[in-house]
Design a binder for this molecule. Sequence first.
Ligand SMILES: C[S@@+](CC[C@H](N)C(=O)[O-])C[C@H]1O[C@@H](n2cnc3c(N)ncnc32)[C@H](O)[C@@H]1O
Length: 242
Amino acid sequence: MSAEPSAPIEGQLNPAERALLAAPLLAAPERDWRVLEVGTWLGGGSTVTFLRTLHQLGHGHLWGVEADRGIYERMIGNLRAAAPDAVGRFTPLFGFSQAVIPRWLAEQPADFAVDLAFLDGGNNPREQITEFRLLAPRIPVGGHLFSHDAKLRKGKWLVPYLRLLDNWECELHDVSDEGLFHARKLAAEPSPASLKAAQGRLFRMQLELQEIAAAAVPRRVCAWIFARLPARMVRRIADGRR
Ligand SMILES: C[S@@+](CC[C@H](N)C(=O)[O-])C[C@H]1O[C@@H](n2cnc3c(N)ncnc32)[C@H](O)[C@@H]1O
C-alpha cells in the first residue's frame, strides 16, 4: 500500500516546512490524530503531506477547508488521482473558514478535539485571528497550531497575539520567505494578565490604517485598484512581501 502520488500535484510549502508539519504526528504515532487545515489550494502541499503521514501511521483523519470552488474541485480530483490509498482519511469542506469551522464543529461530538490545526487561508490577518478563536477551545492541552505566512501580512496579528498568551509555547520557524509559526498548547486557559496584554496588543494592531481601509473598501474596488498597479506593489500591499 502506498500513498505516494503517481503524479506530482501542485502545492506550496518547501520540504523543511512540510517536515515541520508532519513532525508532531510522527512524534506521537499512537495518537488518533484529528487534523484541520484551512486553505488546501490544489492539495499538493500541506494536504498531501498530512495525508501521507496519516496513511503512514495507519489512523487519523484530516479535514481541509477551501473557499475557491474551482480550486476545491481540482484539489479533490488531484488527491483522488495521486493518493488514492490515503484519500479515505480526508474530508474536504467547501467554503470560507469563518462560516465552515463553526458549522463543522457543531456537527462533531461535544468532546471532539482538534489535535492539530494548520491555518493557511486568505491574506487578511483578521482571518487567522478568527480561525484561531474558533478552534482554540477545541485544541486540547498538548495540541498544536501551525500558521503559514507568519512573516507576511497574513500572520502579522496572530503571531504577536499568540506570543502574549502564556498558555501557548510558540516558535517561528524561519525556513522560508513566508515563515511557519508553531504553537503548542500548555494549559487550557491563559492567565488573565496575559489575555489582557494579548487583547490590548491586538486592539492596537487593528487600528492600522491599511487594514481599516482593506476592511472598508469593497473587494471589487480593491481588485479594480490592484489591476492598475505594478505587480510588485500589489504583492507588497496584499501579501506584505518586500
Ligand atoms: C496559500 S494557499 C494554500 C496553500 C496550501 N496550504 C499548500 O500547502 O499548497 C491559500 C488557499 O486558501 C484559500 N482561502 C483563502 N481564504 C480562505 C478562507 N477564508 N477559507 C478557506 N480557504 C481560503 C485560497 O482559495 C487558497 O487556495
